[in-house]
Structures are given as structure tokens and as C-alpha cells.
Design a binder for this molecule. Sequence first.
Ligand code: 5RP
Length: 262
Amino acid sequence: MPADLSPIDKAKFAAARRAVDYVEAGMKIGLGTGSTSAWMVRCLAERIRDEGLKVTGVPTSSRTAALARELGVPLATLEDVKWLDLTIDGADEFDANLNLIKGGGAALLQEKIVATASDRMIVIADAAKEVSHLGAFPLPVEVIPFGWQTTRALIEETLFSFDVLGRDVTIRMSGDHPIKTDEANYILDLHLRRIGNPRQLALVLNQIPGVVENGLFIDICDTVVIGKGDGRVTIRDINTGRVEEDQIFLDRDDNIFADLGD
Ligand code: 5RP
């Protein structure tokens, strides 16, 4: 492992490495998006290479697809496989019920479709992602470009009937232009600071014309694997209530890090 990897990256790696132990031969796996998921794709590629593990990955973004392809992870589309055994993905926040905010990487739409089409969703995260209440991380909402200012106004109006601490809504930019998702939509970020009733907000946001999907993942995640900078991991399962502790050894010197460059 490169010595200059930050404690957060080590924590992400530890969570990803442990989560990949849940992958079994023949499984169809949803591959999440983001820096933690990128570690997971590398760890999965390592098992494919070293153990001859046969799996099929369904990526949740063009970025993840490109990385998986580069590392030799066999891919299919959701249209091809229709249903998945397991999805492993990161999150921006998770609470005690394993409800999530996702979409910091603008991939929430494909991520939600893929996770919902899976028997099990495992979230991989560093400990900083755990919150008592969702909402400090701005809630991403994917909207179609047509009339997006009107959609934003409707969202702002809707927020007045919700128990939230902030109501600013910004459009996510890349330079001078709104960023475009893989589905060619825009992302609005809702700066709510604290969401009193995430379940209700998730339902109501999706009723607003122009909203394609929101980044609240309610009752979708089954298990969270929380990594720490020293390689310790905690695994919590919402269905069984079980909590497990484990240790990932970080003093590795192999080619899983080869694609990271200097
Ligand atoms: C992408 C996501 C990511 O899973 C989320 O933003 C976490 O990213 P990272 O692992 O880089 O912290 O939802 O849309």
C-alpha cells in the first residue's frame, strides 16, 4: 500500500476490501460510484484475477464502467441481467436505520435503480459518513433540464412544509455550465442541514414535475461496512441487528494500487 495514502483512503479501502468478501461465484453485482466504490472495483478485480472468481458487474455510472473495464471486471447492463444478487456502493451519509443520502458523485439515479433491483445492498463508508440525522450533506435531486428553474422554485416552495433547518437550493455546476448526469439531467443540491422526516420528503420530492429522482435511499440498504484508518471495520446489518468487528491488514505490497499512479 502506498505510504502516502491518507487515513480516509485507508478507511475506504478497508471497508471496500471487507465488503468484497460477500461476493460469491456466479453473482451479479451492482458496482457503485465514487472513491470508496472505486476501491471496491479494484478489490473485486483482484479476486477475479487471483482466484478466477466468475462474476458479472453492473456499473452505476460511466466512470465505474470505465474503471471496471480497465481492470478486467466482466460487465453487463441491467437490461441484460434484470435482477442482481448484491450491490456494493458508497454513501454521503447514513443514519442508524441505514437510510442514506447519495448522489455526491451525481450518479444517484442509476445507483438507486441498481440498488433497488438487488437482493442486498451493502454500503461501504468511512466513519465520518455516519450521522444522527440526515441532511448536513446537501441532498442531491436529479431534474430534467427542461424548465429546471421552475422545478427548483417548486422544490423551494415544497420545503416550507417540511421540518428542515435550511432551504437553499443550488444547481451543481462544472465551470460555467450545470453538470450533466449520465442520463443528461441536472443535479439540484438541497442545503437542508437537518431532515426531520426523510421518508416523507423522499416521497414528496418525487411528486414534483421535473424531478427524476432524489438522493434519499430509504429502506434500501441492508448492511453497512464502516472502515477506519487503521484497517478496523465494523459491519452492521439492519435485518439481523448483528454487529461484527473485523480487521483488514493494510501493509500490503501488491498491484491493486497500480492504477493510482504517483
Ligand atoms: C455517487 C455517490 C457516492 O457513493 C457518494 O458520493 C460517496 O462517494 P465517496 O465514496 O467518494 O465518498 O453517491 O453518486
